[in-house]
Design a protein around this ligand. Structure first.
Ligand code: HEM
Length: 501
């Protein structure tokens, strides 16, 4: 038998060839199965362990590999090697997702879309874990689990609940900006290819002189924005719940590689101190008039992973993964996320999840972490497992030393001590966004909101609707009126209900 023939033989997981794959061993032709049929045990036992926990959010997703190419020089802002020269190419992995649904939920749900990117750079993996929206619902990580509970299933009915969602949104008016985007037709993109991506948070760029600029990342789809109407999205849930997954795989298979132009907005430290909005508040955007978009490069997806579970399900992105030349900002949500993702992944995939091929840094990895479940990289072999030591030549490179930052501040533990510029203005930017829409976009948004709010039920129904209407009115009278009329709310009664007793 040739080596090739040998390599094609059916074997157990430990490599023993065998013949009886489909039939179990029995005591006689009609007798019961024997305990010694290890092949049967192995098959059933492994099958029982096929599932890993789905992501607690963003469980339904699709991913692909690709390339990021630098087209413009931004080295005056950052020394990150990924941006070091025009023409430089870096391999990437991008996972798109919806947020609230389970792994089997429909792709065309009204929901933000995740846009999580891993750049395999020579300075380590850089993960930019954003969404298709430039803002988010909340601005403090302490609110995140409560918020997500309202997007998942009601603990009693085990169904999605418009009452929970609008109750939370109406009690947290900082959500209004993102709610308005979600309720516009951008809440139901026609595919993952036809939407923008955003880093959403403010990050920092550090240049060769150790100077800091704040930065926001924008990925503009080169396929053009295309959205489903509410009715089309609802219909698609029945026709093909995996339509965005299918669209992505098929586009890449036929060589129609989706592309996005990466652009950045840059803000100096001085401007950050005086800008009319808190630049580290993820519920706000930076005006593109004040901070125009600067071209950086092009992202292209050109390779479908050959196995969904191995690459997409086991992918682990973390805002904590930054590289030299890119740094954090004081954005509180970003700070919370630094902790949350690797913690989730140690639970979801295991302590050594960074060794799985999709997550592994393709360049040198040297550290003194050892052991743990599923350690598969040789575990450091016989090399020392402590640092410093007198035996290996591993060193900490001075080049990567971080510049000291002055944090001379008092501890502030609540919103009552955060009254800076625009800090509690949750209405101007959503109002501006609404006023920017075309007449058709405005009407669709109003209709979508009405449709979504009609699901509010129960004894607190009127309170929730009144509270949320108030936010819409504060953002824009036309928006408030449109929704109030659509819901059949008597405006005079509504105004009276809002008067203090
Ligand atoms: C996934 C937590 C805010 C985008 C996740 C996961 C957790 C999490 C635990 C699952 C990770 C995994 O199992 O691999 C949080 C917390 C947040 C927060 C605590 C706020 C403090 C945000 C924001 C964005 C975002 C503001 C976007 C701007 C994503 C994306 C994924 C994700 C895209 C899916 C990543 C993937 O494709 O694997 N989040 N999140 N999250 N989150 Fe967040």
């Amino acid at each position: 038998m040739s080596d090739k023939e040998k390599s094609l033989r059916l074997t157990t997981a430990s490599g023993t060839p065998y013949y009886e794959h489909e039939d179990s061993q029995t005591a006689g032709p009609r007798g019961p199965i024997l305990l010694q049929d290890y092949i049967l045990h192995e098959k059933l036992a492994h099958f029982n362990r096929e599932r890993i926990p789905e992501r607690v959010v963003h469980a339904k997703g699709s991913g692909a590999y690709g390339t990021f190419t630098v087209t413009h020089d931004i080295t005056k802002y950052t020394r990150a090697k990924v941006f070091s020269e025009i023409g430089k190419e870096t391999r990437v992995f991008l996972r798109f997702s919806t947020v609230g649904g389970e792994k089997g939920s429909a792709d065309s749900e009204r929901d933000p879309r995740g846009f999580a990117l891993k750049f395999y750079t020579e300075d380590g993996n850089w993960d930019l874990v954003g969404n298709n929206t430039p803002v988010f619902f909340i601005k403090d990580p302490k609110k995140f689990p409560d918020f997500i509970h309202t997007q998942k299933r009601d603990p009693y009915t085990n169904t999605k609940s418009a009452t929970m969602m609008w109750d939370f949104w109406s009690l947290n008016p900082e959500s209004l900006h993102q709610v308005l985007i979600l309720m516009s037709d951008r809440g139901t993109p026609i595919s993952y290819r036809h939407m923008h991506g955003f880093g959403s948070h403010t990050f920092a760029f550090i240049n060769a002189e150790n100077e800091r600029h704040y930065v926001k990342f924008h990925f503009k789809t080169l396929q053009g924005i295309q959205n489903f109407s509410d009715a089309e999205a609802t219909r698609m849930k029945g026709i093909d719940p995996d339509q965005a997954q299918r669209d992505l795989v098929e586009a890449i298979d036929r060589g129609d590689f989706p592309r996005w132009a990466l652009k950045v907005q840059i803000m100096t430290e001085e401007k950050a101190a005086s800008y009319k909005w808190n630049p580290f508040d993820v519920t706000k955007v930076w005006s593109q008039k004040d901070f125009p978009l600067i071209d950086v490069g092009v992202l292209e997806l050109n390779e479908n992973p050959d196995n969904y579970f191995a690459h997409v399900e086991q992918a682990a992105f973390a805002p904590a993964h930054i590289v030299d030349g890119i740094s954090f900002s004081p954005d509180r949500m970003l700070q919370g996320r630094i902790l949350s993702y690797p913690d989730a992944q140690r639970y979801r995939i295991g302590a050594n999840y960074e060794q799985i091929p999709v997550n592994r840094c393709p360049f040198a990895v040297n550290n003194y972490q050892r052991d743990g479940a599923m350690r598969i990289d040789g575990n450091g072999g016989s090399k020392p497992n402590y640092f410093p030591n007198s035996f290996d030549n591993i060193y900490n490179d001075e080049v990567y030393r971080q510049k000291a930052e002055n944090l001379g501040q008092n501890v502030v533990a609540g919103w009552y001590d955060r009254n800076g510029a625009g800090e509690n203005d949750h209405y101007t930017q959503p109002g501006d966004l609404f006023r920017l829409m075309t007449l058709e976009e405005k009407q669709n948004t109003i209709n979508n909101i009405m449709g979504a709010m009609k699901g509010i039920t129960g004894p607190k129904k009127d309170d929730i609707i009144n509270r949320q209407l108030c936010h819409f009115f504060r953002a824009d009278i036309g928006l408030g009126m449109g929704i109030a009329q659509g819901l059949g709310v008597d405006i005079v009664q509504h105004a009276n209900a809002l008067q203090p007793n």
